[in-house]
Design a protein around this ligand. Structure first.
Ligand code: IMP
Ligand code: MG
Length: 350
């Protein structure tokens, strides 16, 4: 079988734990390239590496795999200050020598951030992250935005990411494509107008990095074992403050749910099958990664063997598999990379 790339995307409102899943896959599968698609620095991926917690907003979450080339696709918005700050912060991972930024990436300028946080509609209604992504995408569409190739500080990182990624796939190399946000935040398929400024489906992520759908064999959709949402917009089945107070499990979940980028409190709800079904359909999921199982089932914390999960947790998972018709191949039982159950079939994945 010809090797193809895998794409991993968020199934709902972002913050599903993609950062951890991606860094797990990078450590396990050792891809030659990890390439980031998605919107831009509005997304925060949390990665625990070398015993420390890192929140990356621009650098691909695959950085703990020190042999991988780290690329940012043309569709992604780049804030040079944020990106260069992360390169510096991740010095011990040698990111500087492995990073490539597509020369066509649109640049976020100070003025975009101002427009994002000064607009009452964006700030108070949509409750954006204030990182300037929406206004920068506006200027890209108007064809007045700057691109990475116009920024001297980015010169040494400039690359033709689509060419690099296509050549790598064609020569049998292993490529992992990471998305940001989640389908419920897509400007097309999400809870409009409470959405981000771009489509966030797997197809859009492929477009961001410049490869066609025939180049991908696996679409991994990440769901959390419950739902969380930061910012404005309706959240079906939202757990009320009263309910949170009454349940130890929800109390703990609520405490842990704070935005990586903004530090805002996230709202929480039960897993929603209608939402998940739609997400699996539009993303074309071939596998599901289920995260934070340990928060819903504390007895499963740090378990790495599927058979050792509690009966309730197994039942919960099997119900998801049955209702969505897609196998749950990866299960996260804690924030560390080691707390992962990997049920993928070895012959299919390296
Ligand atoms: P924007 O993407 O900053 O324009 O924000 C639009 C909406 O998407 C707001 O409700 C944000 O909270 C939400 N959002 C954007 N990026 C993320 C993310 O990475 N995780 C969770 N929510 C996000
Ligand atoms: Mg996040």
């Amino acid at each position: 079988m010809i090797k193809k790339a895998a794409v991993i995307v968020g199934g709902a409102f972002g913050d599903e734990g993609k950062g951890k899943m991606i860094s797990y896959l990078c450590k396990k599968d050792k891809p030659d390239i990890v390439v980031r698609g998605g919107v831009g620095p509005n997304a925060g991926h949390t990665v625990i590496a070398k015993g420390k917690r890192y929140g990356t907003r621009q650098v691909p979450s695959g950085f703990p795999n020190e042999n991988a080339r780290l690329l940012i696709g043309a569709g992604v918005l780049v804030n040079p200050e944020v990106l260069l700050g992360e390169v510096e912060k991740l010095k011990e991972f040698n990111v500087n020598s492995r990073l490539g930024v597509d020369y066509r990436c649109t640049i976020i300028e100070e003025e975009h951030k101002k427009r994002d946080s000064k607009s009452a509609y964006l700030r108070e209604k949509v409750m954006t992250t204030g990182t300037g992504c929406g206004p920068a995408n506006e200027d890209r569409v108007k064809r007045i935005a700057k691109r990475a190739e116009d920024i001297p500080e980015l010169k040494k990182y400039l690359a033709d990411v689509s060419l690099e990624v296509n050549c790598a796939i064609d020569s049998g190399k292993n490529v992992l494509i990471e998305g940001t946000q989640g389908l419920s935040l897509s400007v097309y398929y999400g809870t409009y107008p409470y959405v981000t400024s771009k489509d966030t489906s797997s197809s859009a992520i492929l477009s961001d990095v410049g490869i066609g759908p025939t180049k991908v064999s696996e679409v991994i959709v990440v769901f959390k074992s419950y739902l969380s949402r930061v910012g404005g917009g309706y959240l079906e089945g939202e757990i009320s403050d009263e309910e949170i107070k009454k349940s130890e499990i929800w109390k703990k979940i609520h405490e842990l749910e704070r935005g990586t980028v903004t530090g805002r409190q996230r709202r929480v709800a039960k897993f929603n099958f209608k939402l998940a079904k739609n997400s699996v359909m539009i993303n074309g999921a071939t596998q599901i990664a289920l995260t934070c199982l340990d928060l819903l089932f504390p007895e499963c914390s740090k378990i790495t063997d599927y058979e050792k999960l509690s009966g309730d947790a197994k039942k919960y998972m099997k119900n998801i598999e049955k209702k969505l018709g897609v196998p749950v191949t990866l299960i996260s039982t804690g924030p560390e990379l080691e707390s992962t159950i990997d049920r993928r079939k070895p012959e299919k994945f390296n």
